[in-house]
Design a protein around this ligand. Sequence first.
Ligand code: SF4
Length: 273
Amino acid sequence: MEKQNSTPSGSAFSDYVHKPGQSERRLFIALLALFGVLSSVLLLLLYIVPYYGYGRISPHLPFLMGALSAIFGLALLGSLGLLAIVVAVGHDVPFSRKLRSVAMKVLLPVLIVVGRLAGFRREEVQHAFVAVNNELVLAHCRNGSPPRTILLLMPHCLQDSDCQVKITHRVENCKRCGKCRIKDLLTLSEQYGVSLAVATGGTVARRIVIDRRPDLIIAVACERDLTSGIQDTTPLPVYGIFNERPFGPCLNTQVAIDRVESVLKEFCSLRQG
Ligand code: SF4
C-alpha cells in the first residue's frame, strides 16, 4: 500500500510532536491578542454606528450603552490577558483555573477563525492548542495535583486493519503478535500499572471515561478527535499525543511509543512522589 503524508507538517512532524514549547505558545498568545484587537474594534463599531440612534430614544442612552460596551470589552480583554499570562508562565495564576476551563471549551473555534484570518491552517492552531493544554496539564499535576489513576486512551485505527481480534471491549484479547502498536501499549500499561482502553469514536471514548473515572487521561488521536476530546472532558486533564497517519486517515495509524512512554514515566514519577 502506498504511503501518504497526511501529517500536518510533513517531515517536521515528529519534531513538532516531541518538542512542544515556545513556537506553539507564541502562536497561541498571538491569536489571543489578535482576537482581543478584533473584538475591541467590533465592540467599538457596535457602539459608534447606532450612537446617534440611541440619542433619539433617550439623551442618557448613548452614555449607558457606551458604559456597557466598555465593561464588556474590559471583561473580555481582562480574560484574554489572564489566559495569555497563564500560557506564558506555563501554570495557573490566581482566578485563572475556572477561566481556563471555560476557555478550553469555547475558545478553540474562535481561535481557528482568527488563525485563518492571519494565514494559519486549522491544524497549526489545533497543534498549538494541544501543546499549550499539555503544558498546563503537566504543570497542574506537578503543582500539587498528581494523578493517582491514569488511563491510556487509544483510537481503534491503531489496530492492524487485517487483525481479526476484537480488542475494543477488552484490549487484553490482543494476541501480541506485534503487527501493530497495541502490543507495545499493553506492555506499557502493565509496566506502569495504568489502564489501557481502545475507543472506536468519541461516544465510546466518553463512555470509557465515565466508567473508569481516571484522574488523568493520556490520549492518542488525530487533530479533530484530540481537540474535541480535550474540550469535552474539561476540567478532567487530558494530555494529548497526535497519531501519525502514514496510510491516510483512520487506517493502520501509528504512535511514537517512546513519546507515550516518556509522558507516562513523567506522570507516574509524580504519582509515586
Ligand atoms: S498486536 Fe494485537 S491487535 Fe495488533 S495485530 Fe497483533 S493481535 Fe491484533
